[in-house]
Write a protein that binds this ligand. Structure first.
Ligand SMILES: O=C(O)CCC(=O)C(=O)O
Length: 280
């Protein structure tokens, strides 16, 4: 690995919310992972169509021998031990997601924070209210996401420091909501491809403090995904990026508990036809 991780990088990670390991994957393994990713791409397109951005839980779809080799890379795992703790390791290869470029037209996600912006409004209070969002998002055992590029990848933008400033400012919320999903995907085709690409770049750049994460093949970014981030995709740049997380005993337990809580609340809301009457 090109990056030499030192104990002071743990501080840097806590300040910025992200850290890049350059040359984290040896080239022969990149080759094998690319073969695996192309199989996954075929499945993703079959299941979700050519514009899709991901295939989740690849172990259910393709041979993950290469992903398991990736999971065992000692230099990455040791880097996590230094930056995070000895209890943090790469999550199982089978559970990984792979991120792809769209085949035909550019599009972007909205600016968001994972967890908070992925919980439906009617569940938010029950699942994350009463300080739970702040508690979860401040816990370094949880929410350390990873993108590892198999080809050069410039899709992810990030706002350093916002992992530790969990209240959204009015300006951040205004930027987030400044584009609708229809606009981010150019549903009405009111813009040409080039116009749409520029439109999306401007949306990325408009978030105060945003930086574009530039990864070369084999580079890995570790990031607090409770910070503001976004994915911006163009069809002409090939993308196959491993998308996983630093696993801990606590995070695995949290995910099981959260899935169960959300299932219970959804069942209750469905039965009641009402909103927000349940406490998690
Ligand atoms: O495509 C990316 O790099 C970002 C994906 C993303 O925003 C997410 O998984 O929440």
């Amino acid at each position: 690995m090109k990056t030499q991780v030192t104990p002071s990088d743990a501080q840097l990670y806590r300040e910025q919310g992200y850290f890049i390991l350059r040359g984290a994957v040896p080239a022969p393994l990149i080759d094998r992972l690319r073969v695996m990713a192309e199989e996954a791409r075929t499945v993703a397109h079959r299941l979700e169509g050519p514009q899709t951005q991901r295939l989740m839980r690849i172990g259910e779809h393709v041979d993950t021998t290469a992903a398991r080799e990736f999971q065992a890379l000692s230099e990455i795992n040791e880097a996590f031990h230094t930056i995070l703790s000895p209890g943090h390791t790469l999550a199982p290869g089978d559970s990984m997601t792979i991120l792809f470029q769209p085949e035909n037209r550019c599009w972007a996600t909205a600016w968001h924070r994972d967890l908070r912006d992925h919980v439906p409004d009617e569940m938010y209070e029950a699942v994350l209210g009463g300080g739970k969002w702040e508690e979860y998002a401040s816990d370094y055992n949880l929410f350390n996401q990873i993108n590892c590029a198999l080809y050069e990848d410039t899709s992810t933008w990030y706002v350093p420091g916002t992992h530790a400033r969990l209240d959204a400012t009015a300006e951040q919320l205004a930027v987030k909501d400044s584009r609708t999903r229809a606009e981010l995907e150019n549903w009405a085709k009111q813009r040409s491809e080039a116009e749409q690409e520029v439109f999306l770049q401007e949306y990325c750049e408009s978030m105060p403090g945003a930086v574009q994460i530039i990864l070369q093949a084999g580079d890995l970014v570790l990031y607090r995904n409770c910070a503001w981030h976004i994915g911006n995709y163009v069809p002409y740049r090939r993308r196959a990026t491993l998308h996983t997380h630093a696993s801990t005993r606590e995070f695995e337990a949290y995910k099981v508990k959260m899935a169960d809580t959300m299932k219970r609340i959804k069942a209750h809301l469905d039965a009641e036809g009402a909103k927000g009457k349940v406490v998690a």
